[in-house]
Design a protein around this ligand. Structure first.
Ligand SMILES: Cc1cc2nc3c(=O)[nH]c(=O)nc-3n(C[C@H](O)[C@H](O)[C@H](O)COP(=O)(O)OP(=O)(O)OC[C@H]3O[C@@H](n4cnc5c(N)ncnc54)[C@H](O)[C@@H]3O)c2cc1C
Length: 469
C-alpha cells in the first residue's frame, strides 16, 4: 500500500500547506507547532480515533533541566541526558542527533504545559535504568491514553483539522518533491490531497511482520505490543524517495508484559528490587540490565514465560501506574505471605522458588553481585507479603528509521535534505542504536515530542517557501 505515484497530471481535490500523516504524539505535536507558525495543517489518521502507540504507552517522557525538576531539587541538563543516551547505546547514535533531541525536549514539554495546559510533573520517586537523574515526566494518570487525549483536545481547540479513517495509501511526487497524498477511506473510495510540505508521523514498522522478520529477526515471533496500524509506511515511502535510513534493527522490546492479561507491568517491579524466575522457579539473567533487551531473554525461557517476583512495598510504588492498577484489577498480580504459598499460586516448584528467594536475600544482605552480573548493593530485601506476575517478552516499537537533520528534514543517501519531507517520532531514526539494549527508557516519546515540534515548525516554513516559489 505504501506506493509513490507520479504527481504529473494529478488533480488534487484540495490542497493544504502542511499535511501530517499520523495522529499519535509526534503528529499532534507537529500539527500544533506548524499551526502556531501560521500554517494551515491537516492531520490524516487511519483509525477512527487518533491513538497510536502513544495511547498504549505509559506516556512518560524524559526531559532534562525542566522547571519540574528544579522544583523537586533535581540537578540535570541536556549534556548529561545526552551522555546517558549515548552510554546506553554504546556510542552508536550520532552525537548531533542525540544533542538535538536532548536540547529540544525540555522546552517542548514546558511549551505544551504553558500553551496547551498539559499538567506534567516529574516522576521523582524512582530512577529508570540508565538515567543518571530522575527526569521522566508524565501527566497525572501516568498513561499514554491521557497524553494523546490531551494532545487531541489541544489540536481540536486550536481549530486544526484532523481527518480520521483517512488511510494514506500513496504519496504523489515529482522526483524527490512530494506534491500530495492519496487517502483511502473505509468504503474503498479514494481522495487526493495536495500539500506543500509533508510530515511523516506514522511511526515505525513494528506492525509489519515481514519488515520485523527482516530487520529484527530475534523478535519475529514475539507478541507485538504496539499499535497495529504502524506498518512501516514512512520507511517504505522514504526509501522509495531515496532517503537514508539507519539502525533498522534497533527496537524497544519489553521483558515484562503480563501474560495472558496483555498489560504492561512497570519495570519498577525489577529496579526496586524484584527478580524474574522461569517456570522452574530459577533466575536466568541480570534483570537489571534493562527491560528492552530482556524481551528476547524471557522469550528464550521455557514457553517464553517468566514470573516477576516482588513485594507489597514495590507494588505500592508500581500502583502509581494505571497499567499496574489494571493488572491488579484483572487478578494478574498474585499475592502470598510465603515464597512456598506464592509458588503454589504460580503453579511452580515451591522448593525451587523458596531457594531462589533465599539466595536473593543473601545477596542483598551481603551487597553482592550474582553470577549473572546483577549488583544487589543497596537493594531492600523482599519481605512478605510477596507478589508475582506471569509475563512474556514483547516487541513494543522499532527504533530505526529515516535519517533527519536539525529541522527534522528527511535526508537522502548523500546527506542532502529532500525538498519538503519531514519525519518525527517512530518514523525517524531514533537515538537507540542498532540493538534492543541501546534503548534508554523514554527514547520513544523523546523523538515523538522533540522531533514532532521541530518538524512542525520547519514544515510551516518550508510550506511558505514552496508556495511562494
Ligand atoms: C506498550 C508501550 C509502552 C510504551 N511506553 C513508553 C513510555 O513510557 N515512554 C516512551 O518514551 N515511549 C514509550 N513507548 C513508545 C512510544 O509509545 C512510541 O515511541 C511513541 O508513541 C511514538 O509516537 P508516534 O507519534 O511516532 O507514533 P504513534 O503514536 O504510533 O502514532 C502513529 C499514528 O500513525 C497512524 N498511521 C500509520 N500509518 C498511517 C497511514 N498510512 N495513514 C494514516 N495514518 C497512519 C497510526 O494509526 C497511528 O495513530 C511505549 C510503546 C508501547 C507499545
Amino acid at each position: 500500500m505504501s506506493r509513490i505515484l507520479p504527481a504529473d497530471g494529478v488533480e488534487f481535490e484540495f490542497t493544504v500547506p502542511v499535511v501530517v500523516i499520523g495522529g499519535g504524539a509526534a503528529g499532534m505535536i507537529a500539527a500544533l507547532a506548524a499551526h502556531e507558525r501560521g500554517a494551515e495543517v491537516l492531520v490524516l489518521e487511519r483509525d477512527a480515533l487518533p491513538q497510536g502507540s502513544t495511547a498504549l504507552s505509559a506516556g512518560l517522557i524524559p526531559a532534562p533541566g525542566t522547571r519540574w525538576q528544579r522544583e523537586a531539587g533535581i540537578a540535570d541538563g541536556p549534556e548529561r541526558f545526552a551522555a546517558d543516551i549515548i552510554a546506553k547505546a554504546k556510542g552508536e547514535p550520532d552525537p548531533a542527533e542525540v544533542a538535538r533531541v536532548a536540547r529540544a525536549v525540555g522546552p517542548a514539554l514546558e511549551w505544551l504545559a504553558d500553551r496547551y495546559g498539559l499538567p506534567f510533573s516529574v516522576v521523582d520517586n524512582f530512577t529508570y535504568p540508565g538515567h543518571s537523574a530522575r527526569r521522566m515526566h508524565g501527566l497525572p494518570s501516568r498513561s499514554g491514553a491521557e497524553l494523546i487525549d490531551r494532545l487531541r483536545g489541544a489540536v481540536e481547540a486550536a481549530g486544526i483539522d484532523v481527518l480520521c479513517e483517512a488511510h494514506v495509501t500513496a504519496l504523489y511526487a515529482d522526483g524527490p518533491r512530494v506534491r500530495g497524498v492519496e487517502v483511502t477511506r473505509p468504503d474503498g473510495s479514494v481522495e487526493r490531497v495536495g500539500c506543500a510540505a509533508l510530515v511523516l508521523a506514522c511511526n515505525g514498522y513494528g506492525g509489519n511482520k515481514a519488515l520485523v522478520e527482516r530487520h529484527v529477526p530475534e523478535l519475529a515471533d514475539a507478541l507485538y505490543f504496539g499499535h497495529p496500524g504502524n506498518q512501516g509506511d514512512a520507511l517504505l515511502w522514504g526509501q522509495a524517495l531515496g532517503a537514508a535510513t539507519r539502525h533498522l534493527s534497533g527496537h524497544q522490546g519489553h521483558g515484562s508484559v503480563a501474560h495472558p492479561a496483555g498489560i504492561l507491568v512497570t519495570w519498577a517491579t525489577v529496579t526496586e528490587g524484584g527478580v524474574q524466575v522461569n517456570t522452574e522457579g530459577k533466575r536466568f539473567s541480570n534483570e537489571a540490565q534493562g527491560y528492552s533487551e530482556q524481551a528476547a531473554v524471557v522469550l528464550r525461557q521455557p514457553q517464553g514465560i517468566a514470573w516477576t517476583v516482588f513485594d507489597e512495598r514495590i507494588a505500592a510504588i508500581a500502583r502509581q501506574f494505571e497499567d499496574f492498577r489494571q493488572a491488579e484489577a484483572m487478578g494478574a498480580v498474585l499475592g502470598a505471605d510465603t515464597p512456598a504459598d506464592l509458588a503454589r499460586l504460580m503453579k511452580i516448584d515451591a522448593d525451587a522458588l523458596t531457594a531462589t528467594l533465599a539466595e536473593v536475600d543473601r545477596l542483598k544482605a551481603g551487597g553482592g553481585t550474582d553470577g549473572f552480573g546483577r549488583d544487589f548493593a543497596g537493594s531492600a530485601p523482599l519481605v512478605p507479603p510477596y507478589r508475582a506476575v506471569r509475563v512474556t517478552g514483547a516487541l513494543f516499537h522499532t527504533q530505526g528509521g529515516l535519517v533527519v537533520d536539525d529541522d527534522a528534514r528527511v535526508l537522502d543517501g548523500q546527506g542532502r535534505p529532500l525538498p519538503n519531507l519531514f519525519a518525527a517520532g517512530g518514523a525517524a531514526c531514533g537515538v537507540s542504536g542498532s540493538k534492543a539494549s541501546g534503548y534508554l527508557s523514554g527514547n520513544g516519546l523523546l523523538t515523538a515530542v522533540a522531533l514532532g515540534r521541530i518538524a512542525g515548525m520547519a514544515a510551516a516554513g518550508a510550506a511558505r517557501e514552496e508556495t511562494s516559489q
